[in-house]
Design a protein around this ligand. Structure first.
Ligand SMILES: O=C(O)[C@H](O)[C@@H](O)[C@H](O)[C@H](O)COP(=O)(O)O
Length: 230
C-alpha cells in the first residue's frame, strides 16, 4: 500500500483544503448511505482543522463521530480526547453530530474493552474518514512501540476493534483502535506538522531493522493520504 503526500505552505491552507476534502467524502457517504462516520485522533495537531470542520454546513446529524484513541481519564481531565473533541470539533454546525463515546465508566481500560467495542459497533462500517496523528516515536493512535500490547494491536490476525494499551513513554492507560480497525476505513489520513515528524515518518517507512514502527505498518496495510505543513 502507499503514502500519498499533500504538502501545504501553511496550517491555514492545509486546514481549509483538508476540511473541504473531508466534507466532500462525508457528504458523498450521506448521499449514498444516509449516514457517514468521522474518526479522529487527539493531540494538538488537529485543533485548527477541528475548528474549520465545525463550521461546515453539512448534515452533521447523520455523521457518527468517535475517537481513534482515548486516554483513560475523566472527561474533566485536560488530557481527555473526548473533552478535546467536544470543545473543538463538536461545536457550531458539527454540534449536531452523533458522538460515540470511547471512554466508559470502567476504572481501567482493560476491563472496559468489551464495552467500548460494543459502543463502537453502532457505527456502520466501513468507516468513511479516519484521521491519524503520529508521535516522534512513530506511534499512531495509541499503538505505542514501547507498550507490551503493541504487537497485539498491530497483528493482522487481531479482529478486535480496540484494545487497552499502557505506554511507558506517555501517561495514562489508553484505549486504541487496532491496526485492522484503522485500515478498514475507506479513507485514512495522516495529519502532521513540522520537519521533525516528516523525517520520523520517512525513517519509519525506510526502517528495515525489524523494529516496531506502527505508522509504517499502517501504511503497509492500507493507502494513507498525508496532509503536512512545515
Ligand atoms: O491521543 C493521542 O495523543 C493521539 O491520538 C496521538 O496518536 C497523537 O495523534 C499523537 O501523539 C500526536 O500528537 P500531537 O498532535 O499533539 O503531536
Amino acid at each position: 500500500m502507499a503514502l500519498i503526500e499533500r504538502n501545504f505552505d501553511s496550517a491555514e491552507a492545509l486546514n481549509q483544503s483538508f476540511a473541504d476534502q473531508i466534507v466532500q467524502q462525508l457528504s458523498d457517504a450521506i448521499e449514498q448511505n444516509g449516514h457517514a462516520s468521522l474518526l479522529v485522533s487527539g493531540g494538538r495537531t488537529p485543533l485548527g482543522l477541528f475548528k474549520v470542520l465545525s463550521e461546515q454546513p453539512i448534515a452533521w446529524s447523520k455523521v457518527f463521530v468517535t475517537l481513534v484513541d482515548e486516554r483513560w481519564v475523566d472527561e474533566t481531565d485536560s488530557a481527555s480526547n473526548t473533552r478535546l473533541v467536544k470543545e473543538n470539533l463538536l461545536q457550531n454546525h458539527a454540534a449536531s453530530a452523533r458522538f460515540v463515546e470511547m471512554k466508559t465508566a470502567h476504572d481501567d481500560a482493560y476491563s472496559a474493552q468489551p464495552a467500548v467495542a460494543e459502543n463502537l459497533s453502532v457505527i456502520p462500517t466501513p468507516y468513511t474518514v479516519l484521521i491519524l496523528g503520529m508521535g516522534e516515536d512513530s506511534h499512531t493512535a495509541s499503538l505505542f512501540p514501547c507498550s507490551q500490547e503493541v504487537e497485539q494491536g498491530l497483528s493482522t490476525e487481531n479482529q478486535a476493534v480496540c484494545l487497552a494499551v499502557t505506554p511507558t513513554t506517555a501517561p495514562h492507560q489508553r484505549m486504541s483502535l487496532t491496526l485492522n480497525a484503522i485500515a478498514s476505513a475507506q479513507n485514512v489520513y495522516l495529519h502532521l506538522t513540522g520537519d521533525k515528524k516528516k523525517q520520523v515518518l520517512k525513517d519509519a517507512m525506510a526502517d528495515q531493522s525489524g523494529a516496531i514502527r506502527p505508522i509504517a505498518q499502517v501504511i503497509a496495510k492500507t493507502d494513507v493520504v498525508l496532509y503536512w505543513t512545515p
